[in-house]
Design a protein around this ligand. Structure first.
Ligand code: BG6
Length: 507
């Protein structure tokens, strides 16, 4: 078992691997993420029989709960999810413990360390510990310091810390935070999580690109005219105004999830299939990525904010009317931007990224549009071929579509685009795991491939620095455009593309 921690790469990266004995400590255990994502993902791993019998989950938060209270609260919150597997849930509950801890209180962290020693013996977890910081980002640095001080990060092989996004608020705070975190633990112990990297289709991009020969030769500026990356949500801010008001779409989605998708779609083939080789290539391409206009960044970015919408039966509030939101808020709930990658492969190819809340569909996709045919052989009034497109669907209905032109049947010479489809569901007959299932397992297995390294995070922040500076120092240059709920964002974002003779794909 031990070898799978110290040398995860000996085991194939994409096999279902059994997690070694482990104590997973979740800070922020009374928060949303714990019951919405983390515990369901761990239960899923349990159902898949990937959790060993030597296992413990220790919830930590300030609330003075007992082990039993923690279990009861989760059972209530997850009632729907567990109703199909009540017996398995009861077995799973045996792994759960709770310790009231304020990470800012040294004595309390020391007390936790003692409790962990006891739990380690009780559950035979061999001293392997994963600390998951699902706390306010303000406490990432001090949280790591507290863990170090209590000696909990000393063993660089057996202990590691998982840090949620957002990692920093901008380039300089991310650099500072990296310094603090790296002074507490070795980089190999630090797992910065971006749950988009855990999504099946994002990982599939690597296979699509590097396990097939037909794509790589055309994956470049000679054949591709532009790439669009979209992540749209139908939900509004929900009950997260406190966080979202200080974040907005740039910090919440663009800097991390969309930029990670950009890195995976545009990186060079790594020399080897191992975590560092892959992360080197991702960092390299992010370091070569620039806003389309760094001198006048307002020309390559559109911000928006959703207004009311819906209908009489189901009216939708505007962002400024949402509970907890400042009625004069200038936080963007939509952002679209255009970037270039300054390297041989991508020089001159625009990448358009957009994300927003309260759009008409929940969807994540990457669209590669190929160049027009060089010569129009057919009468263009009859055959005017649409450019070929490869559409990679991240969610829902994970898969890919290739659009190409064919002759319509009959004696006339007419054509129309058709689609070649690949759907995960149809081909594999089972839904993909949630990103958190994959990433939680990987963190406990000691496999950092799908986690962002310090240089990647910093490069992603650096990329958006001109926009962040504008938003802070001259916000009128990056105005907030209104858009009605359930529409595709402000009309100004269409101009970002129409200026280049392109248009957003309307999925
Ligand atoms: C989170 C953001 O990281 O990702 C949320 O904080 C967003 O605002 C969510 O709703 C979207 O994730 P997914 O997997 O539903 O696309």
């Amino acid at each position: 078992m031990q070898s799978s921690i110290s040398n995860p790469l000996r085991i194939g990266l994409r096999q279902e691997r059994v997690i070694p004995p482990q104590c997973l400590v979740i800070f922020g255990a009374s928060g949303d993420l714990t019951h919405r994502k983390l515990i369901p993902a761990l239960f899923e791993l349990f159902l898949q029989r990937r959790i060993p019998s030597e296992f413990a989950i220790v919830g930590c938060a300030r609330r003075p709960w007992s082990d039993q209270e923690f279990k009861d609260k989760l059972s209530i919150k997850l009632a729907n999810k567990i109703s199909k597997n009540p017996n398995e849930w009861n077995q799973f509950l045996k792994y759960l413990f709770y310790e009231p801890v304020d990470l800012q209180q040294e004595l309390q962290v020391e007390r936790l360390a003692k409790r962990l020693t006891k739990i380690d013996k009780l559950q035979a977890t061999h001293g392997n510990k994963t600390f998951y910081l699902s706390v306010s980002p303000n406490f990432y640095g001090s949280g790591c310091k507290a863990l170090k001080k209590a000696g909990l990060l000393e063993d660089t092989v057996k202990s590691r810390v998982v840090i949620e996004k957002p990692f920093g608020r901008d380039y300089s705070s991310a650099k500072k935070l990296n310094k603090i975190v790296q002074s507490c633990a070795d980089e190999s112990q630090i797992y910065r999580i971006d749950h988009y990297l855990g999504k099946e289709t994002v990982q599939n991009i690597l296979v699509l690109r590097f396990a097939n020969t037909i794509f790589e030769p055309i994956w470049n500026r000679n054949y591709i005219s532009n790439i669009q990356i979209t992540s749209s949500e139908t939900v509004g801010v929900e009950d997260r105004a406190g966080y979202y008001e200080t974040s907005g779409a740039l910090r919440d989605m663009l800097q991390n999830h969309l930029t990670q998708m950009l890195a995976v779609i545009s990186m060079e083939p790594p020399g080897r299939f191992d975590p560092e080789a892959i992360r080197n290539e991702k960092a390299k391409v992010l370091q070569a990525t620039k806003l389309a206009d760094e001198e006048e960044p307002w020309r390559c970015c559109i911000r928006g904010q959703y207004q009311e919408g819906g209908n009489i039966v189901n009216p939708l509030r505007g962002y400024r009317e949402e509970p907890g939101v400042d009625p004069n808020s200038t936080t963007e709930t939509y952002i679209a931007t255009k970037v270039f990658i300054d390297n041989w492969r991508w020089q001159g190819v625009p990448f358009y990224l957009r994300t927003g809340k309260r759009l008409p569909k929940r969807l994540g996709e990457i669209v590669l549009t190929f160049k027009d045919v060089p010569v129009h052989l057919f009468d263009s009034t009859i055959i005017n071929p649409a450019p070929n497109q490869l559409i990679i669907r991240i969610q829902p209905n994970e898969g890919a579509t290739f659009k190409f032109e064919v002759k319509s049947p009959g004696s006339g010479m007419r054509s129309r685009p058709v689609e070649m489809e690949f759907s995960y569901d149809e081909s594999f007959g089972e839904p993909s795991d949630e990103g958190y299932v994959r990433l939680l397992a990987d963190s406990m297995l000691g496999d950092p491939t799908l986690f962002t390294r310090s240089d990647e995070v910093e490069a992603a922040w650096k990329l958006y620095t001109p926009l962040i500076e504008l938003m802070e120092n001259a916000p009128w240059k990056l105005p907030i455009h209104k858009y009605e709920s359930k529409t595709w964002g402000p009309s100004e974002s269409d101009q970002l593309l129409s200026r280049d003779n392109f248009f957003w794909r309307r999925p």
